[in-house]
Design a protein around this ligand. Structure first.
Ligand code: C2E
Ligand code: MG
Ligand code: MG
Ligand code: MG
Length: 269
């Protein structure tokens, strides 16, 4: 009996696995031509300074509309791009494009935040790319913020110290993205030059009802405060969430309540 059922399950999962693999192959293949076919574009989401109510900066987010697959979310294609080598080309394109279309629109003091994949973080090509943008695209490094997830830092701490110190020397700031969802070995916060913690939106989602999430956010804000790090809350969708974050003295917030990520001609500085 169990054997028959086991076999049945296998057959079922095989089909799912095949479909999944097929999709991944299509994405991998599609990514190779996406830039040449002009299928990628960028959207920008404001981060709001909660003390002043002013725009603090914009996060740059990639969007892909594939001829064959239609809209594909970055949550799906970025991991595939990381596995193949497309990520380096995508990051190069993203950074140069953002320099050209976003920078001229930013008002004094506003920053541009870009995501760097953990996979890339170990290499030094993206550092060279940032230098290139400073030299050739008129990028003021103090306007740039790099977002990376904890995993990238913890995998190789010594490397991370070197990379982040290099960024610090250039004047580029660093944010830990999706903070609280990763390994959270908090000791790295002491060792590394970090400017911002971005609280993952899963903690913000139930902030009104869930006392544990409230406690976690309160703890993150207190921790950051004592280390001289600013906190950015992601995924703020309601006024109630915003009020709660304000009551905890959260510095900066981002989310649909303020604005969805939007094309360059739609953003308001
Ligand atoms: P992330 O860096 O944590 O980006 C925040 C994600 O939350 C974005 O999803 C954004 O659209 C979404 N978001 C913003 N406000 C809200 C809200 O109020 N509610 C909800 N439910 N979601 C909100 P998106 O654009 O789909 O990007 C997903 C992830 O893909 C990003 O997560 C980032 O890790 C990655 N990604 C996007 N663009 C790039 C890129 O250019 N390079 C790299 N390496 N990764 C990227
Ligand atoms: Mg991000
Ligand atoms: Mg994030
Ligand atoms: Mg997130």
């Amino acid at each position: 009996h169990a054997k028959a059922m086991g076999r049945g399950c296998y057959a079922f999962f095989d089909v799912e696995l095949d479909q999944r693999n097929h999709r991944l192959m299509q994405i991998k293949h599609g990514l190779r031509q996406a830039l040449a076919r002009d299928e990628m574009h960028l959207v920008y989401q404001p981060e709001i300074n909660l003390q002043t109510g002013q725009v603090f900066g914009f996060e740059v987010l990639m969007r892909w509309h594939s001829d064959e697959l239609g809209w594909v979310s970055p949550a799906e294609f970025i991991p595939v791009a990381e596995e193949s080598d497309s990520i380096a080309d995508l990051t190069r394109w993203m950074l140069i494009k953002a320099c050209r279309e976003l920078l001229p629109r930013l008002e004094t003091g506003m920053q541009m935040a870009v995501n760097i994949s953990p996979r890339q973080f170990g290499g030094d090509r993206w550092l060279a790319l940032i230098r290139q943008c400073i030299d050739e695209e008129g990028l003021d490094p103090t306007r740039l913020c790099i977002e990376i997830t904890e995993g990238a830092l913890i995998r190789d701490m010594d490397q991370a110290v070197v990379q982040l110190s290099e960024l610090r020397k250039l004047g580029v700031s660093v944010a830990i993205d999706d903070f609280g969802t990763g390994y959270s070995s908090l000791s790295y916060l002491k060792r590394l030059p970090i400017d911002y913690l971005k609280i993952d939106r899963t903690f913000v989602a139930d902030i009104e009802q869930d006392q544990d999430d409230q406690a976690i956010i309160r703890a993150i804000i207190n921790l950051a405060d004592s280390l001289g790090i600013s906190v950015i809350a992601e995924g703020v969708e309601s006024e109630a969430q915003l009020d709660f974050l304000k009551s905890l003295d959260c510095d900066i917030a981002q989310g649909y309540f303020f604005a969805h990520p939007q094309a360059i001609d739609k953003i308001k500085c």
